[in-house]
Design a protein around this ligand. Structure first.
Ligand SMILES: [Mn+2]
Length: 349
């Protein structure tokens, strides 16, 4: 038995909302990751079984390593299919917001949704949600939206409705949001949930291969370049910074998603507890900042103070509009600002 994360009352309210709706649109955040697509398609599978008309609309491109999921080809990408997306939104009597906590997280998709008078349901695990939904299930302590969704299905008494595809989607989201269960994954119940998903018949090992062994050659050549030529290590402050510009990305035939997870790699070096990645956008003049940390270092606070961003305690990010040199300067300043916290090593790792 799992502990109660979603109360019986909440589950009942959500179940009723789902069952009384006929046309449902599922949305998730821009730059969808495994948890975003996993939770969206898991909900899609469930609602299909309930006989609902259901469409998943994502703001923009989602990476190739998520395309193996059942019905991933039915996902509408808003920036490519605006008219069709809008017509589904107009017909919707329920909009579900999965894996994001505020409208700005869906970029341009905000606009058509803002005209929609229908009910809204948020299911998410990011901190400080904006309160704009009819029903809000926000649990920042959950490792992923997929974990929360599994618990919701159980709390609604619908565990039996989780089919193998739904189980695959949930597993994929839980796996990617915890870096294959290497961080934010100390809750024993995560593994009870995995056991439950495996009893649905999923091939866990194949999912891992689908998720992680699908990268382009360019990704690894780019990574080699970054580690060899671009990574700055500040051993005194236990931190690493690297930047990668548009021209370099072009040189290594960068396609979206290729740099995913790079920011985690410096943390594999002994003693490093903070990693900052600065990556120039290939289209617009902006730099994406990614921050990862260990122990008691607040990545989200640093993201907020220095990079107009935010996020989770150990995984945060932001966007800046300046030159790469300026962004690098800001990153170095950020390290200095946290000198006292960074200099001490909490424990051997
Ligand atoms: Mn997530």
């Amino acid at each position: 038995m799992l502990r109660t994360v979603v109360s019986a009352q909440e589950a009942q309210k959500i179940k009723q909302l789902l069952l009384e709706s006929r046309n449902v649109v599922i949305t998730t955040h821009t730059g969808p990751d495994g948890d975003a697509i996993g939770s969206s398609l898991a909900m899609y599978e469930y609602l299909k079984r309930k006989g609902k008309q259901v469409t998943v609309i994502v703001p923009n491109y989602f990476p190739d390593y998520l395309h193996w999921m059942n019905d991933a080809d039915k996902i509408l990408q808003y920036d490519r299919r605006r008219a069709m997306s809008k017509s589904f939104i107009q017909q919707a009597d329920l909009i579900i917001a999965l894996d994001y906590n505020a409208p700005y997280r869906i970029d341009e998709l905000q606009l058509p949704l803002s005209y929609c008078k229908c009910k809204r349901l948020m299911i998410d695990h990011h901190e400080d949600p904006e309160h704009y939904c009819t029903v809000e299930l926000s649990r920042p302590e959950m490792s992923s939206t997929c974990e929360l969704l599994y618990r919701l299905f159980v709390a609604m008494g619908e565990e039996k409705q989780i089919n193998i595809h739904c189980a695959e989607d949930l597993y994929a989201g839980m796996c990617t949001d915890t870096g294959r269960f290497t961080y934010n994954s100390n809750d024993p119940e995560i593994y009870e949930i995995i056991a439950g998903l495996m009893r649905k018949g999923i091939d866990k090992d194949m999912i891992i291969r689908n998720l992680y062994n699908q990268y382009s050659e360019g990704r690894y050549r780019l990574l080699g370049h970054i580690l060899l030529n671009k990574m700055e290590i500040n051993s005194e402050l236990h931190a690493a910074i690297f930047s990668v510009g548009r021209e370099e990305l072009k040189q290594f035939k960068y396609i979206k998603g290729d740099a995913e997870g790079f920011v985690n790699i410096p943390l594999e070096i002994k003693g490093i507890k903070l990693s900052i990645s600065l990556r120039e956008d290939t289209e617009k003049d902006r730099i994406f900042v990614s921050i990862r940390s260990f122990d008691d270092f607040p990545a989200n606070e640093l993201a907020e103070r220095f990079f107009n961003g935010g996020g989770h305690f150990h995984a945060a990010g932001g966007t800046v509009y300046c030159s790469m040199d300026e962004a690098l300067e800001t990153a170095r300043k950020a390290l200095e600002a946290y000198r006292e916290q960074l200099i001490e090593v909490k424990s051997e790792k």
